[in-house]
Design a protein around this ligand. Structure first.
Ligand code: ADQ
Length: 455
């Protein structure tokens, strides 16, 4: 395979021998190790003279990481502004939360041009350039302006929304034009791919035919590549005797009780407020569950300098306190809300000791927590996944209990079904889920995308 040049907003701080981070980092790192290559992106640092500095280089074997800092203005306009305040909400069907300015959009393009200049310096003639996610929509156009003729692909980790939602972003046409400068656009699900195609065909006078979309004088191939997890690695982490301390303490603290677990970044797309309300409905509707069930929500803060995120955090803290105030007993806390993250080697065993994985985003590109929960289970006595129909994962994981995250009563019923499901049925559902996940593995995601980009 040709050498890969991966470009993403952040380069994951990975060190050899350490447990792999989330899907993007793990998948990308595997691909790079195999083919050799370069990973370029932001260092995560802000510095006043960033614009004048050459990328910092760090090598792990034949993988070369190149990072640049951003200026405060870049960070405010490109990252916090356009990417996270304007695009992220619209991509997740929440245009009412979006804050758009043309100034931020100009900053977003400027940083993409800066990325493109650095990538143009790094790339060799036959390299495949693989960009990731919504931060880099203008990258191919900017690289073409630099005279780069390499194959360039983009994988979108988030959903692509229905056209009428997408068009609430005033820069929609400029973005679509930029996207058509890629050779290959990868989406998580057919719903996302179709939404992009519909927009280009109906709103931009484009044409779609057999996996290609032509518009703005260019033709781009589109396909779906559902991202997966390393199934065996997750289970190995979940069962490694060296990783059991936290899970054992958790189990001991709830004695014979049943455990429902949710793990998310603290983000409005993940539907945490609705989930807390649903759990309250569940305790009301199934009083027998009181004292016997504990709901553990792990949600570390993310994007803490964005106001909407500060508001969610305050609201969840208040709700957790209110629900516990209403139902708690001297020896039972119904909802444990941990506003912090855990390393993977701690998290995977926590999944394994929970009878239910509750994954109810309002919208999610894929949701790897759902897949990790399934992979971590004991196949002989597995827990049950309750999954939102609006997570990309629901299009593959049809043997989960698939629910509507806006239907509290429906989810309360599903929780009860999950907690009382006979072992045979749990095993059958789990085996079917695992089969699908082995097929759509992280390796296959990466290999298919890279092969299609090269082909
Ligand atoms: P995210 O929105 O970050 O990713 P998700 O796929 O659920 O969402 O999680 C990514 C990784 O982060 C997982 O490996 C998970 O274990 C880890 N993680 C999440 N919450 C955590 C917590 N509280 N503590 C520790 N680790 C945590 C984006 C898209 C998703 C898409 C992924 C990959 O929004 O839809 O599935 O990219 O494409």
């Amino acid at each position: 395979m040709p050498r890969l040049v991966v470009v993403s907003n952040r380069v994951a701080p990975i060190t050899e021998g350490q447990p792999t981070a989330g899907g993007l980092a793990a998948g990308v790192m595997d691909a790079l190790r195999e083919s050799g290559g370069v990973w370029f992106g932001w260092s995560g640092e802000i510095s006043p003279d960033a614009a004048f500095c050459a990328p910092i280089q760090q090598s792990l074997g034949q993988v070369h990481l190149h990072t640049i800092d951003l200026t405060r203005k870049d960070y405010d306009e490109y990252y916090r502004g356009f990417a996270n305040d304007a695009l992220w909400p619209v991509l997740h069907y929440r245009p009412n939360l979006a804050r758009f300015t043309w100034g931020d959009f100009a900053g977003y393009r400027r940083v993409n041009q800066q990325f493109a200049r650095c990538v143009a310096d790094l790339a060799q003639i036959d390299d495949l350039i693989w960009a990731h996610d919504y931060h880099l929509f203008p990258l191919a156009e900017a690289l073409r302006e630099q005279g780069i003729t390499n194959r360039i692909g983009l994988f979108l980790h988030t959903p692509f929304p229905a056209p009428q939602i997408y068009m609430t972003n005033p820069a929609h046409e400029a973005i679509a034009r930029a996207l058509c400068h890629f050779d290959l656009l990868g989406f998580q699900t057919e719903t996302d791919r179709q939404a992009f195609e519909d927009y280009v065909v109906r709103q931009c006078g484009g044409h779609a035919q057999a996996g290609t979309v032509a518009a703005f004088g260019r033709t781009v191939r589109t396909n779906i590549y559902p991202i997966g997890v390393h199934v065996d690695e997750v289970r190995a982490q979940a069962t490694d005797p060296a990783n059991q301390l936290a899970a054992a303490r958790l189990r001991a603290s709830i004695a014979e009780g049943r455990l429902i677990i949710s793990v998310d970044r603290l983000d409005y797309s993940k539907g945490l407020q609705q989930r807390f309300a649903t759990y309250e409905k569940f305790l009301q509707a199934f009083p027998a569950a009181q004292r016997n069930v504990t709901f553990l929500q792990i949600a570390p803060p993310s994007r803490t300098d964005v106001q909407t995120y500060q508001e969610i955090r305050a609201e969840l803290e208040a709700e957790a306190g209110r629900i516990n105030g209403r139902f708690a007993e001297l020896d039972w806390t119904p909802l444990r809300y941990l506003n912090r993250g855990f390393p993977r080697e701690v998290l995977m065993p926590l999944y394994a000791v929970a009878q239910v994985g509750l994954v109810t985003p309002l919208r999610d590109g894929m949701n790897l927590v759902a897949k990790e929960y399934v992979a971590a289970q004991d196949p002989d006595d597995p827990g049950v996944l309750v999954l939102s129909q609006f997570a990309g994962a629901a299009q593959e994981l049809t043997d989960a209990l698939v629910v509507n995250p806006y239907d509290s009563e429906g989810i309360a019923q599903a929780l009860n079904q999950a907690l009382t499901m006979p072992r045979n049925e749990r095993r059958e559902r789990h085996a079917a889920l695992l089969k699908t996940m082995r097929h759509n593995s992280l390796d296959r995601w990466r290999d298919r995308f890279a092969a299609d980009l090269a082909g």
